[in-house]
Design a protein around this ligand. Structure first.
Ligand SMILES: NC(=O)c1ccc[n+]([C@@H]2O[C@H](COP(=O)([O-])OP(=O)(O)OC[C@H]3O[C@@H](n4cnc5c(N)ncnc54)[C@H](OP(=O)(O)O)[C@@H]3O)[C@@H](O)[C@H]2O)c1
Length: 320
């Protein structure tokens, strides 16, 4: 097995590989990971490569629960070699829990975690994340319910996703008042083309010592080098489901980035992963992969090129 560098996720004590694996393709119709076999092949590669962080959610897959179910099968006999992260509460009712329980409530969380554990075939989740903020339930109730799961050993740590900087602060202050466990990580969209998090969210994440997991880090695959202004591979999620991302991409800027990559003798994939890993506070690049070779390239990219501070600034400037 190859060992990738690891970083601590916030102050959770969880050590995670700097390239993780986003699992929202598992069970996705049309992709190679639509099947159990395709999913297991990617997990086999993660195991070989030392990619230890797996990030899924209860709603991922062709139908809710499918990604977790496939993962549970693929992890049989090797669960403890991975840091398993999942999420709950993206859309109330999606998971059939409901009964009026809002997704951040204690009742909802206890039902959701039991379902995820069953699908994942495990007795604990390493990182349990609130997928989107719950505008109804007081954050104290959510933190209390998650802290209870930590005490019971059902989860090792908890995080949030899609929080604003203000919500991050509110949650941190509530955790301090409660005096127990706190959110250890934030997960928000962040890539060369979506950098809103730089303004307020990332400074909050750093201030409170949270881990940060960027979602859509490769902008759905646009920054893997296989897309150009004129080349749009049809066997991709972008072309199957989100062609507007290629249509509306700022190709003049991306072509300037291509020139930068060529001048530095680095692939666009390596430059992009190197730039992400150079962002202060960012813990792990949880890019998705639809085949073992993609994960192999993503893991290799994390070691191929470490940009200098000037090179990081130049790339940031290209996409300013
Ligand atoms: N918290 C949230 O609300 C939220 C929202 C969205 C996603 N997420 C998380 O973030 C993770 C990552 O997002 P994502 O997977 O949607 O987007 P992404 O990481 O930006 O793009 C990944 C996609 O790019 C392509 N790809 C990856 N590596 C490649 C390589 N080396 N060569 C060629 N193509 C490659 C694959 O798609 P194709 O093969 O189809 O091209 C892959 O599915 C998700 O899995 C999920 O865990 C969280």
């Amino acid at each position: 097995m190859i060992t990738l560098p690891h970083r601590e996720l916030g102050r959770s004590g969880l050590q995670v590989s700097v390239v993780g694996l986003g699992c929202n393709n598992f069970g996705r119709p049309g992709s190679r990971t639509a099947s159990q076999e395709g999913t297991t092949a990617v997990i086999d590669a993660a195991d070989d490569l030392g990619v230890t962080l797996l990030d899924t959610a209860d709603i991922y897959g062709g139908h809710p629960g499918q990604s977790e179910t496939y993962l549970g099968v693929a992890l049989a006999g090797r669960r403890d070699r991975f840091v398993l992260a999942t999420k709950f509460g993206h859309a109330q009712g999606d998971m059939g829990i409901a009964d009026g329980a809002t997704k951040g409530s204690r009742a909802y969380i206890r039902a959701a975690v039991a379902d995820s554990l069953r699908r994942l075939q495990t007795d604990h989740i390493d990182l349990y994340q609130l997928h989107t903020p719950d505008p109804v339930t007081p954050i104290e109730e959510t933190i209390g319910a998650l802290a209870e799961l930590v005490t019971e050993g059902t989860i090792r740590a908890f995080g949030h996703s899609n929080f604003t900087a203000e919500q991050v602060t509110e949650a941190e202050e509530a955790a301090v008042r409660l005096g127990g466990a706190r959110f250890e990580s934030a997960q928000n969209e962040f890539s060369l083309l979506v950098r809103d998090a730089e303004r307020e969210l990332l400074p909050s994440v750093r201030r409170y010592g949270l881990g940060f997991l960027p979602f859509f880090p490769l902008y759905n695959g646009l920054f893997t080098g296989k897309f150009t202004r004129t080349e749009r591979p049809s066997d991709t999620r972008i072309m199957r489901q989100r062609p507007h991302l290629a249509d509306t991409a700022p190709w003049d800027t991306i072509e300037r980035y291509e020139v930068f990559c060529a001048e530095h003798g680095v692939t666009m994939l390596s430059a992009t992963i190197g730039w992400l890993l150079a962002q202060p506070g960012l813990t792990s690049v949880i890019a998705g992969a639809t085949g073992p070779e993609q994960l192999r390239q993503n893991a290799a990219a994390s070691r191929e090129w470490t940009p200098t501070a000037d090179q990081v600034a130049t790339i940031s400037g290209i996409f300013a």
